[in-house]
Write a protein that binds this ligand. Structure first.
Ligand code: IMP
Ligand code: ZN
Length: 341
């Protein structure tokens, strides 16, 4: 049987805060508890190990009402980011595009720019260490659907500030139940005009964010990649299939555990897309800390449920290279690694 962990892999859709393991959150909680800095419940009780069936209603509040209250200062941001990087590296990921919503921490005097800088510094620190030798990580900054246009503009400004310093793209994320503010459109249209900045969008995650009107607007921003692509009409599906080279970040466990697709793994739309001629499908974890399935396991699941051979799996990983935002030098490094595997 193929050793999916040993196989070098690329991960393009992973949210920083959702990728923190429960064990790491527990360690943070122990430190904060000892310093009398938290009234929160132990993460191992709040999110029991083995519980992965968070749906769209229970998932998003986990961040605003729990995780963000634990990850609320610079040292913890560094500690949790290091832990996330270590977990991806140990799982055999050699290239990671981590995404995060810039978040100020006013109680400790940290601005949104400080937040981004802390993460980039932590990535650099990890890459200098022995355990970080093969993993290269880039950052995507997310605009949340609940952001107002001013906040969204601020994220774009941060993308420009840190472009070339580790930030490679912009994302639209957040609870699909929040209606999309059309006033965000000019921000993404401007982002499209920034040379070298990639664009990926959470796309049709649920019925409520899958209207043709919304999806036509998102597609008019000419994104490089789309995340999830679940609730699409036949017309939109054809439109995507016709966009040569578009990247599709598909997440098996997250979608199945959260009940976003019905009928289990076998009926996941990965089965329709992975052989598509023009689209580039990239298996991704989304929130491994919540849904508990590392990237190696996502590949194992794809092989198990869709009959992928070793050649299919390696082909899929190599094809993913075409849609990374990390630039030509990184592509060439990855070609060496992936074609030797
Ligand atoms: P952060 O941006 O690093 O703080 O990661 C957590 C944030 O990512 C959450 O507040 C969500 O807005 C966003 N997020 C995580 N998973 C999903 C998803 O599946 N769909 C949309 N947004 C998500
Ligand atoms: Zn996501």
């Amino acid at each position: 049987m193929l050793d999916y962990k040993a196989l070098p892999k690329i991960e393009l859709h992973a949210h920083l805060s959702g990728s923190i393991s429960r064990q790491c959150l527990h360690e943070v909680w122990l430190l904060k508890k000892a310093a009398d800095e938290t009234d929160l419940q132990d993460p191992l009780i709040e999110m029991p190990p083995g519980k992965h069936d968070y749906d769209l209603k229970t998932f998003f509040p986990l961040f605003s009402s729990y995780i963000y209250n634990l990850v609320n200062d610079g040292p913890v941001l560094r500690y949790t980011t290091l832990s996330v990087l270590r977990d991806f590296a140990e799982d055999g990921v050699v290239y990671l595009e981590l995404r995060t919503t810039p978040r100020a921490m006013p109680a400790v005097g940290l601005t949104e720019a400080d937040y981004v800088r802390t993460i980039l510094d932590t990535i650099a620190e990890f890459e200098r260490s022995a355990e970080g030798k093969t993993l290269r990580t880039k950052l995507i900054l997310s605009i949340d659907r609940r952001n107002n246009p001013t906040q969204a503009r601020q994220v774009l400004a941060l993308c420009k500030q840190f472009l070339g310093l580790g930030v490679v793209g912009i994302d639209l994320c957040g609870n699909p139940a929040v209606p999309l503010d059309p006033q965000l459109a000019p921000v993404f249209e401007d982002a499209r005009c920034v040379p070298g900045l990639g664009m990926t969008l959470h796309f049709a995650e649920a019925e409520c964010s899958g209207s043709d009107a919304e999806l036509d607007m998102l597609l008019s921003w000419r994104p490089d990649r789309l995340g999830h692509v679940i609730c699409v009409s036949e017309r939109v599906r054809r439109e995507i299939a016709g966009r040569k080279g578009i990247g599709l970040e598909l997440c098996l466990s997250c979608n199945v555990h959260a009940g976003m697709v019905h009928g289990g793994f076998e009926s996941h739309h990965f089965g329709e897309w992975w052989k598509a001629a023009d689209a580039v499908v990239v298996l991704s974890t989304d929130d491994v800390g919540i849904f508990g399935s590392p990237l190696s396991n996502e590949y194992a699941l794809a092989a198990q449920h869709f009959g992928l051979s070793r050649a299919h799996i390696c082909g899929l990983i190599r094809k993913g290279l075409d849609v990374i935002f990390g630039g030509e030098e990184e592509k060439s490094r990855l070609r060496d690694i992936l074609w030797k595997a």
